[in-house]
Ligand binder design. Structure first.
Ligand SMILES: [Zn+2]
Length: 320
């Protein structure tokens, strides 16, 4: 079964390994490096049809260097992911997904954290031009646009953040609420035409601040927003670093009980996580999840989670 996966951090791993080559770290190859959970061979083996690639700048990189890091990761997206692997195609407009031929894999560029562009909207416009299709304003901390989940003051969008959400609307770019503080989440829900959670689970099942509360989930579904589940064990089982596929399915059951059977999908967070769901350690293992889901859900439902819901939701949003 084909898969659309809406979050991974392979670009950061590629950048770090290439930056480290002068101290003897081997630059990783996206084609088959075993350190890359979403490497090309694994995407093929897992039947991943579309993989999102986040530009993510680590918190401790000095502000003045963050844009350079973003450009490097974009460069790796083009040189290592797209150009060196036959069949990898950038999805610059959602319509491109329908144009993918058998054997081709779509790659979507996204941004996780407005730190990359600071308060420079010219840089943001460049990101739109390069084909960034989804923007999460924060990672876990505060920046010039908004607060993330671990900021204790729990503020929401700044005036700049509101402007960015409106620019996302104009450019038909998704505004990603994963990592947003609760106040940021609700501010986004008021303004965003295309709210989306790229990698979050249900807080009623696992009480972690990275997960969404029921009122947030219901509000997303009511606004035609959609939520993609993350495969990070600490976001699946409270206080744990281990999880089974069955544990992950409890979150799917919960989303479905809130009316989300047509509103959910997968956003693994591969290459950004240190712990793994048993049997779901990289993109090649997707079949294990699909087979387990088919024991409890119809083929139609499972195809929805895996692939079709995302496409239907994009059409419903009209952000083609
Ligand atoms: Zn993340």
């Amino acid at each position: 079964m084909k898969i659309i996966d809406t979050h991974c951090d392979a670009l950061l791993k590629l950048q770090q390994s290439h930056r480290g080559k002068h101290v003897g770290i081997d630059p990783l190859s996206f084609y088959d490096a075993h350190q890359i959970d979403t490497n090309f061979k694994r995407l093929v083996a897992g039947k991943v049809k579309v993989q999102f690639f986040a530009i993510f700048i680590e918190h401790d990189i000095p502000s003045a260097e963050k844009w350079q890091h973003a450009l490097e990761q974009i460069d790796f997206f083009y040189t290592e992911v797209i150009e060196k692997n036959q069949g990898m195609k950038q999805i610059k407009a959602w319509n491109d997904i329908w144009e993918l031929k058998d054997g081709e894999i779509g790659a979507v560029l996204t941004l996780e954290g407005a730190e990359a562009f600071g308060n420079d909207l010219m840089k943001l416009r460049q990101l739109y031009r390069l084909g960034v299709k989804s923007i999460g304003l924060t990672w876990n901390y505060a920046n010039l646009c908004a607060d993330g989940v671990v900021e204790e003051r729990g503020a929401g969008l700044t005036l700049l953040g509101k402007e960015v959400v409106q620019l996302n609307n104009q450019h038909k770019v998704l505004t990603d609420v994963s990592h947003a503080s609760e106040k940021t989440f609700w501010d986004i829900m008021e303004l965003a035409d295309y709210p989306f959670a790229s990698h979050s689970n249900a807080r009623a099942i696992c009480d972690h601040p990275r997960n969404l509360k029921d009122d947030q989930i219901l509000s997303m579904f009511k606004r035609n927003g959609f939520i993609h589940l993350v495969f990070n064990p600490p976001f699946i089982n409270e206080g744990s670093t281990t999880a089974t596929i069955g544990d992950l399915i409890k979150h799917i059951d919960h989303f479905c009980s809130l009316g989300g059977a047509k509103k959910i999908g997968f956003g693994s967070d591969f290459d950004g996580i240190s712990y793994y769901v048993e049997g779901l350690e990289n993109a090649a293992k997707y079949e294990n999840l699909i087979n387990e889901l088919l024991k409890y859900y119809s083929e139609d439902d499972v195809r929805g989670f895996a692939y079709q819901n995302f496409l239907n939701n994009i059409i419903q949003y009209g952000c083609m």
